[in-house]
Ligand binder design. Structure first.
Ligand SMILES: Nc1ncnc2c1ncn2[C@@H]1O[C@H](COP(=O)(O)OP(=O)(O)OP(=O)(O)O)[C@@H](O)[C@H]1O
Ligand SMILES: [Mg+2]
Length: 332
């Protein structure tokens, strides 16, 4: 990693690969795992009592309408979190969270600060394990295959499941062109030189940035505006051709115009990649997402999903009074 890089989406070389250890003894709830190392920290879901929160998975036929896809379009992937619990040291921050994120559906994660949205998102592409004290239980299925299965390498999850952060984090001294292709070597994707120009143009076009930068591709990424930098980061993620794109408050540092451009980009990308977005902006959740999950952590308790479902229904007819209070701005 270049010394000037503050990218948090690329793993340092020293990060140990997490290995699923089905033979580990189950910790008795509510005592969290006491990790000695990452491998030791990983346990199957603890045998905990049935959650008071019903499992939040769509039943057959209840999925929001997926994006219309042309027959030639690549098959969209789906992600499913099953009974995810997470800890930092002995601090449990998520409790048996399950959520189906269907192909071609934009899922928004909403909820007050500190309820575990970012932690959940980072678990979806194996970034949680970068924190030395972190541990988790549960499964994350990408098209039915657990990304934490010991057969899979950590880098595979990063390749298939991209992440865009709250603060745009391009390599500032690197050219716009090189920023777009920076993720390739870091994730082991090989593209020969002849096809790189095409990939850069395609990725920048998909990120809605091509027209603004096509005449300055050799200028530094750090010279772009905040909104352009964020779209450059989206282009960098897209260049690796992920099946899933995770976005953690991608517009919170942006002005309304840049926000609108990113939202338009998301809606266009919906045909190509399945998106999960964390947002504190209720209007944004309603504008871009077809399904929504409301996270909440009671005082001193780990976060859970209180309610999930069709976004319009959640905002117009929430089933839980806490959801209603949150989406109407009574707290949070
Ligand atoms: N690296 C870390 N080490 C220890 N505790 C952490 C770490 N990251 C997050 N936490 C704790 O985990 C809990 C969930 O944090 P998280 O960042 O997932 O919340 P969030 O819902 O994304 O909040 P926000 O809306 O403010 O971004 C919080 O109690 C937080 O203090
Ligand atoms: Mg967060």
């Amino acid at each position: 990693m270049p010394p000037h890089c503050d990218c948090e989406d690329y793993e340092p070389m020293s990060v140990p690969e997490r290995v699923f250890e089905p033979t580990q003894p189950l910790p008795a709830a509510p005592v969290p795992p006491q990790p000695q190392s990452w491998a030791a920290a990983v346990t199957p879901p603890p045998a905990e009592p049935v959650s008071p929160v019903p499992p939040v998975q769509f039943r057959a036929g209840e999925h929001p309408t997926p994006a219309p896809t042309a027959s030639a379009a690549p098959r969209l992937s789906g992600l499913e979190a099953r009974s995810i619990s997470a800890w930092f040291g002995d601090h449990k921050v998520l409790d048996r969270v399950s959520l189906d994120m269907p192909p071609g559906v934009i899922t928004s994660l909403i909820g007050p600060s500190g309820c575990g949205k970012s932690t959940f998102l980072r678990i979806l592409n194996r970034m949680h394990e970068l924190v030395p004290s972190a541990s988790l239980a549960g499964e994350v299925l990408l098209d039915g295959d657990d990304i934490y299965d010991r057969r899979h390498k950590l880098v595979d999850a990063r390749k298939k499941i991209g992440m865009v952060f709250q603060k745009p984090n391009p390599f500032p001294a690197m050219s716009i062109y090189d920023n777009v292709v920076a993720g390739l070597s870091l994730t082991g994707v090989k593209v020969d030189r002849d096809h790189r120009d095409e990939l850069v143009e395609t990725s920048l076009t998909r990120a809605g940035l091509w027209n603004e930068v096509k005449d300055r591709l050799r200028q530094p990424g750090g010279g772009l505006s905040g909104g352009q930098q964020q779209r450059l980061c989206i282009a960098r993620s897209l260049a690796v051709k992920p099946a899933i794109l995770l976005m953690d408050e991608p517009c919170s540092a942006l002005d309304p115009t840049s926000t609108r451009v990113i939202e338009e980009t998301m809606l266009e990308l919906r045909n190509e990649v399945t998106i999960v977005i964390v947002t504190h902006n209720m209007q944004q959740a309603q504008r871009v997402s077809q399904q929504c999950a409301f996270f909440l952590a009671a005082q001193g308790q780990p976060g859970v999903i209180v309610e999930h479902g069709d976004t319009d229904a959640m905002f117009s007819m929430p089933q839980d009074s806490r959801t209603n209070d949150y989406v109407t701005g009574r707290f949070g």
